[in-house]
Design a protein around this ligand. Sequence first.
Ligand SMILES: Nc1ncnc2c1ncn2[C@@H]1O[C@H](COP(=O)(O)OP(=O)(O)OP(=O)(O)O)[C@@H](O)[C@H]1O
Ligand SMILES: [Mg+2]
Length: 228
Amino acid sequence: MSDPAAIECEDVVRVYEGGLVEALRGVSFSIPARSSAAIVGPSGSGKSTLLHLIGALDRPTSGRVSILGEDLEKIRDLDTLRGRTIGFVFQLHHLIPNLPLWENVTLPALPLGIPRAERKRKACDLLERVGLAARVNFLPVKCSGGERQRAAVARALINDPKILLADEPTGSVDSETGRQILELFETFAKERDMTRVIITHNEAIAAQADMTLRIVDGRLAEPKAVEA
Ligand SMILES: Nc1ncnc2c1ncn2[C@@H]1O[C@H](COP(=O)(O)OP(=O)(O)OP(=O)(O)O)[C@@H](O)[C@H]1O
Ligand SMILES: [Mg+2]
């Protein structure tokens, strides 16, 4: 039997403010395991709303979201599922200012009850992989923007997620650093059989993904016809 899709949405609707804002108006798609998808679309079209839903950070007003074949509606404890399955990278790194990089990287592992020494070793290994071996004990304020974003990538990977979700991960770094971040995603994805979904305003980045989900006004636009 073939693997279930990594992410499946069926007629997903998300309405905010007691019905005043229809952020998503019926979105259906499926992202195969181990593939990459780009979410593109104008500002306010619903991209982050969609990422929050497929990241189990939020629940749809109606419709169905499934992660690795599990219908999220049937799961009460989304925190545990999210912690074990999904890694997040946001436009801003959201590192805790008074913790050194290695401790920031371990934060998503805290609820899993892994001993501190093991967490530290894993965090340091990951920081080394993203080129920050010399920075493991630095506070975020002592790091450059690109270094902080690479630390955020290490943090996203600490629990060996099967799905990596990123909301404009290259939006606040220069283009060379952005290229490095995306290269890290691809390298880790191949090693770990990871599905990745990236929101981007950059069409060149989107073009590198296996599939593009174009959101316009809360709906999925028809995929562009592929030239034969
Ligand atoms: N928590 C919320 N409460 C109320 N309205 C919201 C909330 N979050 C988003 N919205 C609204 O839902 C719509 C979609 O927002 P969303 O953040 O998903 O857009 P986006 O495509 O990510 O935009 P951008 O490219 O600017 O990040 C917008 O009209 C926004 O104002
Ligand atoms: Mg957004």
